[in-house]
Design a binder for this molecule. Sequence first.
Ligand SMILES: [Zn+2]
Ligand SMILES: [Zn+2]
Length: 371
Amino acid sequence: MPMPGPEVIESHELRERMVRKRHAIDLMELSFAEDAALFAAKGDYDELGYVSGIDWIRFNCHMTSGTAADRVAVGDSMHRMPRSIEAVGQGEIGLAHVTVMARAAATLKDRFDERPLLEYARDNSPGKLHFFCRHARHVVDPQGYSAEEAEQAQNRRLSLSSWIDGTMVLSGVLDAFGGAALRSALEPLARSSGEGDHREREQRLADALVELAAGRARTNLQVTSSVETLLGLAGASAADMEFSLPISARMVERLACDSGVTRVLLDSESTVIDVGRSKRVVSGPARRALNARDGSCRWPGCDRPPSWSAAHHVTHWIHGGSSDLDNLILLCHRHHWMVHEGKWQLVRSDDGRMLAIPPTVRFGPPARAPD
Ligand SMILES: [Zn+2]
Ligand SMILES: [Zn+2]
């Protein structure tokens, strides 16, 4: 008697069957998400010996903590996106879409509006929806968005430990911008050099890092921003940067300060100008004059050389500041960040010295309680 062979099925039947199964799974997942949120809210997991509802679910439902947290988030936000839940029922979008939307809903709460997101989700992948949600968040809450970025930046870590043979082990964490900046710098150098290059990607990246450190490479970030975003106008979307999540108006202001922004969209028709090649770029004789005048970063006590510094516009060109020498000072990259995103102020004292004034710290509750 012949052994049963593999099932014979036409490709199109197989595809249809998979779509049907995934839809059924998504419906079950929605139902699970509802229960998961209910359980997490009940709070009796600690009597059972678990630190959180997610922890109990992770262990007893055999899931990773990330997936368990995603389900709880969806369950928690269902009431904010009834149309989207309905769309999952109709098979128009999937659980992955509402998971992305749930994260946005959890942050924006009453300011969350599912309609534009749902419209976008119908024709786009969950990955693209994630980017779209980031833009939507920036429109509603540019300050919160920027504060989150700044917090990420403060949590950068890199440890370099040397072994006895001189080998170095690197490990660390970068914020979204830092990671994107590093990748932008490394990717061109990490490309396979063609025939005969049998290095794995990890090896090529390591080689690229060394080359970069040795000073043979220069970063060139691809940033696209609208003028509205640069001006920090209410309702402006975030800017886009290669390898990165959308970035805030504050960050783009700094990048544009020294023409790190390579493209700015001029108007609603999205006409593109190339800022990098416009007259705002401080290069050639103008940059040499600035380097000679300042000698190093102008931050009090900092002596980073001009080659590690940016030409900071004291009055930003987007606000009408000129690129003449008297409106420019050299700031190293860290101090440039502190002036733009860190909100420090640099002022010239009567005797010509620069003074750095830290951002005002406010104590007590915020003017308007968060919802
Ligand atoms: Zn600047
Ligand atoms: Zn400095």
